[in-house]
Design a binder for this molecule. Structure first.
Ligand code: COA
Length: 178
């Protein structure tokens, strides 16, 4: 667990998710799905039950090259990040992550704290040597955050996401872990 200080000197706790967080995490994911068109699902389109979400959390926690973390502000989970490392020897050093923060809390550094925690964890694992992500090309807020944290654009995938009948390109970004 790490305690960060964000705006107004308030404490933000970033910690690994536990099975008992599953309901709150599902609520958050479904809410952000409706608040943002930058995810691979819309409102209530996630399609996981609480027990499936518990299983996902458990799988991440059991794996030495995966991470599932929550950002908790005044007792409430307001952001999540999950990273999955490769499941075979040749790709175990590499993985992708996704993250979501409730819209009411955008722009106050929550996403930065989540990525910071993941980067520290990655160094500590001594397994993870590369972190990758995919982001919609017009998601300027997320791209700004990733660039600030040292990620660089490695490529552009054409028409890789379709929302309400419209296709969007995504950027592939990566960061080496030293
Ligand atoms: C992307 C997301 C995780 C960012 O989280 P956040 O808590 O708002 O991030 P932070 O506050 O730590 O940082 C956001 C950065 O974007 C900047 N920013 C804010 N609004 C912006 C805008 N309209 N255009 C460009 N940059 C912007 C902020 O200034 C900040 O950068 P700075 O620290 O250099 O000032 C959050 O907006 C989110 O969950 N969005 C919906 C889901 C999503 O897009 N997930 C990522 C999919 S790849």
């Amino acid at each position: 667990m790490t305690i960060y200080t964000i705006y107004n000197d308030k404490e933000l706790i970033v910690r690994p998710a536990t099975r008992s967080d599953a309901d709150e995490i599902l609520q958050l994911l479904n809410t952000v799905g409706g608040e943002s068109d930058n995810l691979t699902y819309g409102s209530e389109e996630l399609g996981f039950t609480a027990s499936q979400e518990e299983e996902i959390i458990e799988q991440h926690n059991k794996s030495c090259n995966s991470l599932f973390i929550v950002a908790q502000y005044m007792g409430k989970i307001i952001g999540i990040l999950n990273f999955s490392g490769g499941n075979r020897g040749r790709i175990a050093h590499c993985g992708m992550f996704g993250m979501s923060v409730l819209k009411d809390y955008w722009g106050i550094g929550v996403g930065t704290c989540l990525v910071d925690f993941m980067l520290d964890w990655a160094v500590e694992t001594d397994i993870i040597k590369k972190i990758e992500l995919q982001v919609r090309v017009d998601n300027t807020r997320a791209i700004q955050l990733y660039k600030k944290m040292g990620f660089v654009v490695e490529g552009r995938l054409r028409k890789s996401i379709k929302i309400d009948g419209e296709y969007f390109d995504t950027l592939y970004m990566g960061k080496a872990i030293e």
